[in-house]
Design a binder for this molecule. Structure first.
Ligand SMILES: [Cu+2]
Length: 141
């Protein structure tokens, strides 16, 4: 048992070292009146020496979260789900309206302005990072 605890502790400290992506400006949009669907955005900066991929995001506040991008299909801009977002060493990736974004489904409770939502980002190397996103109004385009 003692050995197991030591092993668990060393895994934890390894995780601290492995997390080399800076997450900034995390926001979740306040859902439109009568809607529960929401979108989420943040900026990612890979400060590590190796490429890393964001493979999933989850939150206790939502039933499901998907990674989405926009692309042109037959002259029309459409949203599609993607498997991962790869970030090269030194690269910054911005999730923003009209581009890469999170799609958040089935909020556990009503999501309201000014609230903080905790998001858990899962990386391709098996580590994860948590970030607080603030709930904001839909930005004017
Ligand atoms: Cu979407």
């Amino acid at each position: 048992m003692k050995q197991f605890i030591l092993y668990a502790v060393s895994l934890l400290s390894f995780n601290l070292w492995a997390a080399q992506v800076e997450i900034t400006n995390a926001t979740v949009r306040e859902p439109l009146p009568g809607k529960s669907l929401s979108a989420g955005y943040f900026s990612l900066h890979n400060k590590g020496p190796a490429p890393v991929a964001l493979v999933s995001v989850n939150s206790n506040n939502f039933g499901a979260i998907e990674l989405h991008t926009h692309k042109m299909v037959g002259g029309m801009m459409q949203m599609t789900e993607i498997d991962q977002i790869v970030i090269e060493p030194g690269q910054q990736v911005h999730l923003q309206p009209g581009g890469l974004h999170l799609m958040l489904f089935r909020p556990v409770q009503k999501i309201s302005l000014g609230q903080q939502v905790q998001l858990r980002l899962q990386w391709s190397d098996g580590t994860s990072q948590e970030v607080q996103a603030s709930v904001t109004r839909i930005p004017k385009q």
